[in-house]
Design a protein around this ligand. Structure first.
Ligand code: NAG
Length: 179
């Protein structure tokens, strides 16, 4: 899994290099309108905790979509086609243009898994910055991983979450909230 993921990242850099090298070779101006590659992956939240654990599962064939909305009036300024995740649940969305005055986010549209298709409003979206005018450089923009909740948590979850210190943290936060 770790190795495969590293390979996927290496491939992305390679693919990006190819496209920029071709631009140079064909004499196209490098100062052309921005093109971003939004990269992320979709997982099944097998413990229903709204974050990834080591027993989360990548979802291949999930559908995601990127939308940008005008920050002032919330009108749609960009909408990507629906993109299907590939191996390791990874997706790449190519976006042309600069969206400095928009809020852009990748959202889940559909899960291919009947046992793992629960959308939860707040965390099913990953915000990405799609402008080069605010100091973030590079054309690859990593979106936080987004997940569908499994209908029923796996039995191993208690053990995995205990190892992660989840219950202690939850108790601590709970008592802080009470104080
Ligand atoms: C966003 O909305 C405001 C108010 O309607 C408008 O003035 C502005 O031009 C819009 N910006 C973009 C990028 O569409």
């Amino acid at each position: 899994m770790g190795k495969a993921y590293a390979n996927a990242i290496a491939f992305l850099f390679f693919a990006t290099c190819i496209s920029s090298c071709l631009d140079v070779a064909s004499g196209r101006s490098v100062a052309k309108p921005n093109k971003f590659m939004v990269v992320g992956h979709v997982y099944c939240d097998t413990c229903r905790v709204e974050f990834e654990t080591k027993i989360s599962q990548p979802i291949i064939g999930a559908i995601v979509k990127l939308e940008c909305r005008n920050r002032t009036d919330e009108s749609l300024t960009y909408e990507s086609p629906e993109i299907t995740t590939g191996s390791l649940g990874a997706y790449i969305i190519e976006v042309k243009g600069d969206y400095q005055d928009s809020d852009c986010e990748v959202g889940l549209v559909k899960s291919p898994r009947a046992d793992c298709n629960d959308l939860t409003e707040d965390w099913r979206k990953a915000r990405v910055v799609l402008t080069s005018l605010d100091g973030v450089s590079g054309n690859i923009r990593y979106a936080n991983n987004i997940g569908f909740k499994k209908k029923v948590a796996l039995p191993e979850c208690t053990k995995v979450l205990t190892e992660m210190g989840y219950y202690e943290l939850r108790d601590e936060l709970g008592s802080e909230a009470d104080a």
